[in-house]
Design a protein around this ligand. Structure first.
Ligand code: AMP
Length: 405
């Protein structure tokens, strides 16, 4: 497999699949440029070698055809500021303008293509007819460049034209991962394949149904499995506790009971919260009460873990050498219910300072470490929530397979 570090891009045109799916504000201004910053090392490497860069990405979920609010022209300024240079733009990712601009691109220049998903061929690939359209679309994109680099980890779990199919049109020496994907794979493999023990996984967030497969796969690897957040209550109810009006997936009670049993069989120390903050409504100003985790009440919902839980979880985290965190411990968006999530994030940061390797991933835990200013105090923050979870589930991601072969 070709490695970007020791490849020379002198005089070479490179098409890079980046993840510029950034949030935009009311005036379509970029409100968080983390993903753009994530792509810079790869872009810089190609330019410094004397190559030229064609960037392609999706933004949002356009339904059919171009829509102003999903245009990638809104990222041009931010990218230009970071790179300190002008960025060329093609108002359609395929077609005459794109082909001409790509063909005239000189070493040291950057061309950004308009949102790939303005063409359904990018990601609608069910029928035979759609598959043919996707191959043609991918081939067209491939024709703009000599080399294909995939650096969009956030979409590596999608078998789309730009993330997987396009790789067929390059030989194995002319396709590779960018620095960002490489770092993501290294961080995940460090946790999954050769981690230092004890290994603790912390799973939180709203729904257990999203994370069953992840939890199953982790049970074979971890020493401790901490469960918090809204998904707690499906487990509590499954083991006979009272949950009142807390979040619960009734159809997943069996699954939860089964996971508890499996953890025991495999000798995994599974920790559920021991106490909780109950609220009389889903509101920052709700009346609250601190009770044991099994003592939920009608008319109340558990929106955060309590101090006993924080202490127990933090103890385990402090004694871990590898930590994986996905999903908040409570409704951290509301200040009244953020304490559990902040405290766990702080414990992870502290354990990291004492030598543990910590990987944080999945949309909301990333938002939480950013919100609490702890992102640079954990070892690695993954940029791709869904992709990271699928990787941990043990799936081979199409975007990774397409390059590795
Ligand atoms: P997920 O996308 O599954 O990781 O869930 C993240 C969401 O779960 C966040 O928006 C949290 O506010 C929410 N959440 C966490 N704990 C609870 C809880 N105890 N009750 C309701 N929602 C929760």
């Amino acid at each position: 497999m070709q490695i970007i570090d020791n490849y020379s891009f002198t005089g070479i045109k490179v098409i890079i699949r980046v993840d510029f799916n950034v949030p935009l504000g009311a005036q379509y201004e970029v409100t968080d440029d983390t993903r753009i910053r994530g792509a810079l090392p790869t872009i810089q490497k190609v330019l410094q070698d004397g190559g030229s860069v064609i960037l392609m990405s999706h933004l949002g979920r356009p339904k059919s055809g171009p829509e102003e609010k999903f245009s990638l022209k809104h990222v041009i300024q931010v990218l230009s500021d970071h790179m300190g240079m002008e960025i060329q733009f093609a108002g359609d990712c395929v077609g005459e303008e794109a082909a001409e601009k790509a063909s005239n691109l000189k070493p040291g220049e950057i061309l950004l293509l308009e949102n790939l998903r303005f063409h359904s061929a990018e990601n609608k690939i069910k029928t035979d007819e759609e598959k043919t359209a996707t191959r043609l679309f991918a081939e067209k994109l491939s024709s703009y460049a000599d080399v294909y680099v995939n650096d969009a980890f956030g979409t590596a779990h999608r078998a789309h034209a730009s993330t997987a199919v396009i790789a067929d049109f390059f030989d194995s020496d002319s396709k590779m991962f960018g620095f960002l994907i490489n770092k993501e794979i290294q961080a995940m493999d460090k946790v999954l394949l050769n981690c230092e023990k004890p290994f603790t996984a912390i799973m939180g967030g709203a729904k257990v149904s999203d994370k069953i497969q992840v939890i199953e796969n982790l049970l074979d690897r971890v020493d401790n499995l901490i469960i918090g957040g809204g998904m707690t209550y499906t487990f509590i109810k499954a083991r006979g506790g009272k949950i009142g009006n807390s979040l619960c997936e009734e159809d997943k009670l069996d699954v939860a009971a089964n996971l508890l049993k499996k953890a025991e069989e495999k000798g995994v120390n599974l920790l559920l919260p021991v106490d909780q903050v109950l609220a009389d409504r889903f509101d920052n100003d709700a009346s609250t009460e601190l009770v044991n985790i099994d003592n939920g009440k009608e008319g109340f919902m558990g929106l955060d873990v309590g101090p006993g839980t924080i202490e127990a979880f933090s103890d385990v985290i402090m004694n871990s050498k590898t930590i994986l965190w996905n999903g908040p411990m409570g409704v951290f968006e509301m200040p009244s219910f953020q304490k559990g999530t902040v405290s766990i994030a702080q414990a992870i940061a502290k354990s990291t300072a004492e030598g543990a390797f910590s990987l944080v991933g999945g949309g909301d835990s990333v938002a939480a470490v950013n919100k609490f200013g702890l992102a640079d105090r954990v070892s690695y923050v993954s940029t791709g929530g869904g992709a990271m979870l699928e990787y941990i589930e043990g799936e081979e991601l199409p975007g990774i397979k397409a390059i590795k072969g």
